[in-house]
Design a protein around this ligand. Structure first.
Ligand SMILES: CC(C)(COP(=O)(O)OP(=O)(O)OC[C@H]1O[C@@H](n2cnc3c(N)ncnc32)[C@H](O)[C@@H]1OP(=O)(O)O)[C@@H](O)C(=O)NCCC(=O)NCCS
Length: 364
């Protein structure tokens, strides 16, 4: 029997503080109607803790769903573009927090494609017999690089974390095929230069290079074409057709991007997982958060063909075709959660408003 990595656990952490479209109407010249129509987003989470706090919560839920203890994990990959510091990696920080003492740990930066890159990396290591049980986490503190004076970007992104367990199986389920790639030449279409969310935003940084910038329409076109082509290549490698796919779990960048790409693939909305309305674009966290919502809402049946697909900064893209195993319910649950807070979303983004204000002194 072929050894593969099956998805045996899933979890997420959605911050309790939400920045709504009504909140954004107070900050920039926009409307709830415009945002919903052009993106599908109604609110997004703003984390009042650190990136690793969300990652830890998501990891505990995924471990519980798989019925595993942290020490059972032998590989921990953390996909993020908003690490707290550069070294030690966030993965090592998370390993220490969890007590995942037997895990190799490293960070992975493929922007919004990071979790799918990580899922493919983990699955390949498990299939090769190098590792047995991997925890892959996507976690992002994106509000930290948001210029809440810039309506082109600040409406789109949110914070969050998602996690999944990839465990060795000889039962025929697991990753059937994958496609991943990059186009560094197109990299300037999405950029932010700063690293290290643990330090205060204003500490020794230049507002001009600290905010996320992208060329919206260029990214939109790259994404629609790129997702459809990448999924086709992954399906070919898996030896299955688009008709065989039960559920696509795409990166939640923009509902219109997802719908256009799905249409190109001939996959109807009933076979596409969408949760962008509540979370916005959470970069590397978006696919595992959507996967968790899909599993928890009964969208996945035993033996289903599930396709994860993402594109992002770099430019990067990745798609992976999985056959789900026989179990679609969690073995156990965890009560891990971020601590409650009374702080508001507008309070949390106030430092960004102050920091980026000089870029808009002329009213731009
Ligand atoms: C950003 C995005 C939502 C813009 O949607 P769009 O339909 O392409 O809109 P356009 O860029 O054509 O802008 C149309 C108009 O709306 C305006 N606009 C932009 N943001 C606005 C907002 N939040 N509220 C109201 N109007 C807005 C623009 O200024 C433009 O006005 P103009 O015609 O007077 O110049 C869309 O391009 C997108 O999602 N791109 C992908 C971005 C992305 O996902 N990046 C990260 C990838 S991981």
């Amino acid at each position: 029997m072929t050894r593969r990595a099956t998805i045996s656990g899933w979890g997420k952490c959605a911050p309790p503080v939400k920045l709504t479209n009504a909140d954004l109407e107070q900050l920039v010249d926009t409307t709830d109607a415009w945002i919903v129509e052009r993106t599908g987003i109604s609110s997004r989470g703003i984390n009042h803790m650190q990136t690793t706090d969300m990652a830890e919560v998501a990891a505990h839920h995924a471990l519980a769903a798989a019925g595993l203890e942290p020490a059972d994990i032998d590989l921990l990959i953390m996909a993020t573009v908003t690490p707290e510091i550069t070294c030690p990696s966030n993965a090592c920080h998370l390993q220490a927090r969890l007590g995942a003492v037997n895990a190799a740990a490293f960070d992975l930066n493929a922007a919004c494609s990071g979790f799918v890159y990580g899922a493919i990396t983990a699955s390949s290591m498990v299939a090769a017999g190098v590792k047995q049980r991997a925890l892959v986490v996507g976690a992002e503190q994106l509000h930290w690089v948001m210029d809440y004076w810039d309506r082109n970007t600040c409406i789109l992104f949110g914070d969050g974390a998602g996690a999944a367990i990839f465990e060795a199986s000889d039962d025929g389920d697991g990753m059937l095929g994958a496609d991943l790639g990059a186009d560094g030449v197109a990299g300037s279409t999405m950029v932010f230069e700063s690293l290290g969310t643990r330090r205060h935003l204003g500490e020794g940084r230049d507002p001009g290079t600290s905010r996320l910038h992208f060329e919206g329409q260029a990214v939109f076109k790259i994404a629609v074409q790129g997702i459809a082509a990448s999924v086709r290549r992954a399906l070919d490698q898996a030896g299955v057709s688009a008709d065989d796919v039960h559920l696509v779990v795409p990166h939640q960048a923009n509902e219109r991007i997802i719908n256009s790409a799905a249409k190109k693939l001939g996959i109807g909305p009933d076979r596409v997982m969408l949760n962008i309305a509540d979370h916005g674009n959470t970069s590397a966290a978006s696919v595992p958060m959507a996967l968790c919502d899909a599993a928890e809402s009964g969208r996945i049946a035993p033996g289903d063909v599930v396709v994860m697909t993402a594109f992002g900064g770099g430019v990067t893209w990745a798609s992976a075709v999985f056959r789900w195993g026989p179990r679609v319910t969690a073995i156990a649950t965890s009560d891990a959660a971020l601590p409650p807070t009374d702080v508001t979303a507008l309070d949390l983004v106030a430092p960004n408003r102050e920091f980026f204000a000089p870029l808009h002194a002329d009213g731009a």
